[in-house]
Design a binder for this molecule. Structure first.
Ligand code: SF4
Length: 400
């Protein structure tokens, strides 16, 4: 595991999940169902939670959604899912939380976007939400977002900047406003009576360097736990790489107590991909372990077979499938390393360095596959059933 020194922060309980204060960095995600559709929302929350989302956020955007919240919670509890549900509020959170106390009670946290709580009555609406949080003993996340930055605050900042002898760039003023919006909102929440151990902060932007700058600054001026992520990260590889880049820079500095990767899924795609990316980032940095890692080579001209790639993929999927059971029965299994390699060049070396590894034969090698266990040669496999035999050996290794 890494020796990263975490930034010190206050611990906030989100339902039964501690965030900050030295607690493990929490993985979270958000549904994309219509919250009023109870059945679909419950199913997606369950799926995300099974895949490893420790907190799940749902949008609460209208009355039907607010009415659905307690039923969603009840259904989850009845089905044995004790996952904290966070309500995402924009524009009308002050109305919904006041009119639907059962929703307020069922949620484990309220997310407030200070840029989306109204204009003329901005502070009043914000304070109404905070009062509901106090009333029901819930934490809030003050979630500032680049795409919905408090326009009044930005205009004031731009105005003040224009009067400076050496004005800053517009971009710089925007970054200042992000930090100021979070700081000002947290101070306002505390002035209403919300305890400091009920506040989590996020300041999300869609460009890596901006998000790094803003979080570095916010990390210095407060000790609230920070929810870190890139907003609107985008689709596929672009979203994954950009999110990983931003998270890695911040997490390596000890900044970040809970993370989300906001990927745009392909139509019909699996929403849980964002959970898996969060887990992989944390595991690659040596911060947390979730699933045994498969080391596989990229392949090259030394092997004209794709068998080792197929086997590596099959083993990774198998491990993912088994983890819910294995995690309970064999604590520590998530730290295991499995190697599936393509030829003799690096195969035996990587396999010896793994807990268990197989070196498949390259094109011009003898058709045999030595298996290594804890650094020692264990057995040599031959013939058509190599994959199945290797999986059996892996099973025995875990369960013995
Ligand atoms: Fe190529 Fe062998 Fe290296 Fe794999 S282990 S990349 S097949 S040389």
């Amino acid at each position: 595991m890494s020796n990263i020194k975490r930034r010190e922060s206050i611990q906030v309980m989100v339902g039964n999940v501690p965030v900050g204060g030295g607690a493990p960095i929490v993985v979270q995600s958000m549904t994309n169902t219509d919250t009023a559709d109870i059945e679909s929302t419950v199913e997606q929350i369950k799926h995300l939670h099974r895949e490893g989302s420790e907190i799940v956020r749902i949008t609460v955007n209208h009355k039907e959604a607010a009415k659905a919240v307690p039923h969603i919670k009840e259904q989850l509890v009845n089905d044995g899912y004790d996952v904290p549900i966070v309500g995402d509020f924009h524009y009308n959170g002050h109305v919904l939380l006041t009119e639907f106390p059962e929703a307020a009670k069922a949620l484990a946290k309220f997310r407030i976007n200070p840029g989306n709580v109204g204009t003329k009555t901005r502070d009043e609406n914000f304070c109404t939400i905070v009062e509901q949080a106090i009333k029901y003993d819930k934490p809030v996340r003050i979630g500032v977002n680049w795409g919905s930055l408090d326009q009044q605050l930005l205009a004031d900042k731009m105005d003040a900047n224009s009067k400076l002898e050496e004005p800053k760039s517009s971009k710089q003023v925007m970054l200042d406003t992000m930090v100021e919006s979070a700081k000002r909102s947290a101070e306002l929440a505390e002035s209403v009576g919300l305890a400091s151990d009920k506040i989590i902060i996020s300041c999300k932007m869609s460009h890596v360097q901006d998000v790094v700058t803003v979080y570095e600054r916010i990390a210095e001026i407060c000790d609230y736990p920070l929810h870190v992520g890139l907003t609107e990260a985008g689709m596929g590889m672009k979203g994954i790489v950009a999110s990983t880049a931003a998270l890695s820079v911040l997490l390596q500095q000890g900044i970040g107590d809970t993370i989300r990767v906001s990927l745009t899924p392909k139509p019909g795609g699996d929403r849980a991909e964002e959970v898996r990316v969060c887990q992989q980032v944390l595991q690659s940095l040596g911060i947390r372990s979730f699933i045994p890692q498969v080391t596989a080579c990229p392949g090259c001209g030394r092997t004209n077979s794709t068998y080792f790639q197929e086997l590596a993929d099959e083993i990774q999927e198998y491990l993912r499938e088994m983890m819910p059971v294995w995690r309970e029965m064999y604590p520590g299994v998530e730290d295991m390393n499995v190697a599936v390699m393509g030829c003799v060049v690096n195969g035996p070396g990587e396999s010896r360095n793994a807990n268990i590894g197989i070196s498949l034969p390259g094109t011009f090698e003898e058709p045999k596959a030595p298996v290594y266990m804890d650094g020692e040669h264990y057995k040599t496999l031959k013939g058509d059933g190599i994959g199945k035999e290797f999986r059996d050996i892996l099973d025995n290794y875990v369960t013995d």
